[in-house]
Ligand binder design. Structure first.
Ligand code: ARG
Length: 444
């Protein structure tokens, strides 16, 4: 098949170059947006009298037919036609003859591909944000169901202070709220019409970009044609926002992995979302959660990949930019598949309330509350901290938890200059001056 651009060529493209440069194998995914953009463009060309209305009408009808054929799977995509833009245009010309040949007036694939990608991302970001809202809802429901469950809160992965499980879960709702607002913000820059920039220099023909922008639901039009065909910031921004979002999902996934270990045993993951081992019969592995954590690396890679493609490019369009689509598509797919898994898995997670509650009472995690109790009694916080530290030390030495101390034992502390339960005041003082000593003397 003759290529639409073959006029000045005398030789055929080599096969190896043809399959090296094609993008139809992956950019066919943009077909819907390519057709939507072409219909708006044809309407504008007809309205402006750049092409006769008797031509724009069959063009639009032909494009709609092509959309149906692609939808039902009967459309034949051809590698020698390089990409989705030329595949659709060639099919249109086959259907409509001379009329179809007028569609590419005042347009280039350079502004066309920028348009398609913007329309695609606009659609996907809206979908992703709806899914994130769904995820927030699922987390809110889990928090509500477990509203009064107490668990240890952590810093440094050491039990720090008791918190409500619902408080912990709602932290993720906040992260996801910021993620949504980042995506929304990216949308502002995505939702701008690049069409009319043509190859890079615009056109001498009397186009109406505002009309096309209105038809396609864009907020505005790009201001500089050279920038508009060179710009992939909007795609990189999407990838950066996706990376931050995946980082949040990965932290959630990591907690699900840790919490489901027998060491923690805070949750039980549903059978349907875990897998077994081929050798160890007892195993129930949190593979779905692990893969969410693992796929985060892919999305970071997608962002870095496009940043690197763009970093040395002179203005304006360069074919390197065709490499934008694979990472963008991969990130969209990865983000959506992780969301789909979490949306189903989270409602099925069983929280082991008693185990969490017990763990919250261990490891002296109520120490800060004891110090604050003393503060309420008028003890300066630094002193209260020191006194409580001694109480903890007493527990360590006597193999007790804070909750197991009797009122008498608390009262024995030298809070009011009474007798201390410690072996000798000297030892305690030394320990305070030089914390290292405690390992040698007191723990020994
Ligand atoms: N397939 C190309 C891409 O994805 C479309 C733009 C081609 N433009 C060009 N001048 N060869 O970037």
């Amino acid at each position: 098949m003759k290529k639409p651009w073959a006029g000045r060529f005398t030789e055929k493209t080599s096969k190896v170059v043809e399959s090296f440069t094609e993008s139809i194998s992956f950019d066919r995914r943009l077909w819907r947006y390519d057709i939507e953009g072409s219909i708006a463009h044809a309407m504008m060309l007809g309205r402006q009298g750049i092409i006769p209305l008797k031509d724009s009408k069959p063009i639009i009808k032909g494009l709609e037919q092509i959309a149906n054929e692609i939808e039902e799977g009967s459309f034949e995509f051809r590698e020698e036609l390089e990409d989705i833009h030329m595949n659709i245009e060639a099919a249109l010309i086959k259907k409509t003859g001379a009329a179809g040949k007028k569609l590419h007036t005042a347009r280039s694939r350079n502004d066309q591909v920028a348009l398609d990608l913007r329309l695609y991302l606009r659609h996907e970001i809206k979908e992703i944000n709806l899914l994130i809202t769904g995820l927030q809802r699922v987390i809110l429901e889990a928090a509500e169901k477990n509203i009064a469950v107490i668990m240890p809160g952590y810093t440094h992965l050491q039990r720090a202070q008791p918190v409500l499980l619902s408080h912990h879960l709602l932290a993720y709702v906040e992260m996801f709220q910021r993620d949504k607002s980042r995506f929304e913000d990216a949308l502002k820059r995505i939702n701008t019409l690049p069409l009319g920039s043509c190859a890079l220099a615009g056109t001498t023909l009397p186009i109406d970009r505002g009309y096309v922008a209105k038809l396609l639901g864009f907020e505005g039009i790009t201001e500089n044609s050279i920038d508009a065909v060179s710009d992939r910031d909007f795609a990189i921004e999407f990838l950066a926002d996706s990376s931050i979002f995946m980082m949040h999902l990965s932290r959630l996934a990591e907690e699900l992995v840790i919490w489901s270990t027998s060491e923690f045993a805070f949750i039980e993951l549903p059978d349907a979302f875990t897998t077994g081992s081929s050798i160890m019969p007892q195993k129930k592995n949190p593979d779905a959660a692990e893969l969410i954590r693992g796929k985060t690396g892919r999305v970071y890679g997608d962002m870095l990949s496009l940043l690197t493609v763009m970093k040395g490019l002179p203005l304006s369009y360069n074919r390197d930019m065709q490499e934008d689509k694979i990472p963008v598509f991969d990130a969209v797919d990865t983000v959506k598949s992780c969301l789909a898994v979490l949306l189903q898995m989270l409602p099925e997670i069983k929280f082991m309330r008693e185990r969490m509650q017990d763990a919250a009472g261990e490891a002296y995690s109520t120490a800060t509350d004891i110090a604050e109790y003393l503060v309420k009694k008028g003890v300066p916080f630094r002193e209260a901290h020191g006194i409580t530290g001694k109480i903890v030390l007493y527990c360590v030495r006597n193999g007790k938890q804070l909750g197991e101390l009797s009122l008498n034992e608390f009262k024995k502390k030298d809070i009011e200059g009474r007798d201390s339960p410690f072996r000798g005041k000297e030892t305690v003082k030394e320990t305070q001056k030089n914390p290292e000593i405690k390992f040698g003397r007191i723990y020994a």
